[in-house]
Design a protein around this ligand. Structure first.
Ligand SMILES: Nc1ncnc2c1ncn2[C@@H]1O[C@H](COP(=O)(O)OP(=O)(O)O)[C@@H](O)[C@H]1O
Ligand SMILES: [Mg+2]
Length: 221
């Protein structure tokens, strides 16, 4: 089953006279249970690609479907609803609400997609990522590794069909990276799909597939 299909995505930015071709016809798909890693140099379009797939941004051309439902060229509200129902998102920053504790951040994400898990589900997830002792802590007081694990817990609490993560191991230590790898393995076993932008060799070595982006295009091979 195809969970994500991105077809011929184009995204252009304009700064005065300058035109930046951030995505130039990117197509990819991710099946159920697949973990796909995206690599590429800085500025190659990785974050733009994830934003277009997540429906945070709308591409200038091309179509994204998640579980057969079109994400592109729909009103913001419909994109948000589709995202809440099927997509877990870990961006490079701004994943957690500063005024809420770790636990309330996770519960808030769950509330966005309506109550689907019982209280035990949240506790189990916080324990799995090793944050049960830090559940009442505010995001600003977490270490980089703890923050990343909390962001993943918030992204995964609704058991989304598709997890999107943008350099999730960028600023975390080896221990936190292992926790994230364990989370991805657990998802894979449960049939969840993931599309992850990363420089981590450990993560890349566990991927089913690696996609290389360069100047807004996918490199062959
Ligand atoms: N909001 C924006 N306005 C103008 N240019 C942008 C914007 N976002 C990204 N870009 C440009 O698009 C290209 C791809 O950026 P990005 O997707 O962030 O790459 P990556 O995540 O691979 O580093 C870069 O040249 C970047 O400068
Ligand atoms: Mg980026």
């Amino acid at each position: 089953m195809t969970v994500l299909d991105a077809h011929e995505l184009y995204r252009f930015y304009h700064n005065g006279d300058e035109e930046v071709l951030a995505l130039r016809g990117v197509s990819l798909s991710v099946k159920a249970g697949e973990t796909v890693v995206v690599v590429g140099p800085s500025g190659s379009g990785k974050s733009t690609l994830l934003a277009c797939i997540a429906g945070l941004d709308d591409p200038d051309g091309g179509v994204v479907t998640v579980l057969g439902k079109r994400m592109t060229r729909r009103p913001e509200r419909e994109r948000a609803a589709l995202r809440a129902a099927h997509v877990g998102l870990v961006m490079q920053s701004g994943n957690l609400i500063d005024g809420l504790s770790v636990e309330d951040n996770v519960r808030f994400q769950r509330a966005l997609a309506r109550d689907r898990l019982d209280r035990g589900g949240v506790e189990d997830l916080l324990t799995f990522v090793g944050l049960s002792e830090r559940r009442h802590t505010r995001p600003g007081e977490l270490s980089g590794g703890e923050y990343a694990r909390a962001a993943f817990a918030a992204a995964l609490v609704n058991e989304p069909a598709l997890l999107l993560a943008d350099e999730p191991t960028g600023e975390v230590d080896a221990e936190a990276e292992r926790a994230l790898l364990d989370l991805l393995d657990r998802r894979r076993v449960a049939g969840g799909s993931a599309l992850v932008v990363t420089h981590s060799e450990a993560l890349t070595s566990r991927a089913d597939r690696v996609i290389r982006l360069h100047d807004g295009r996918i490199l062959d091979g």
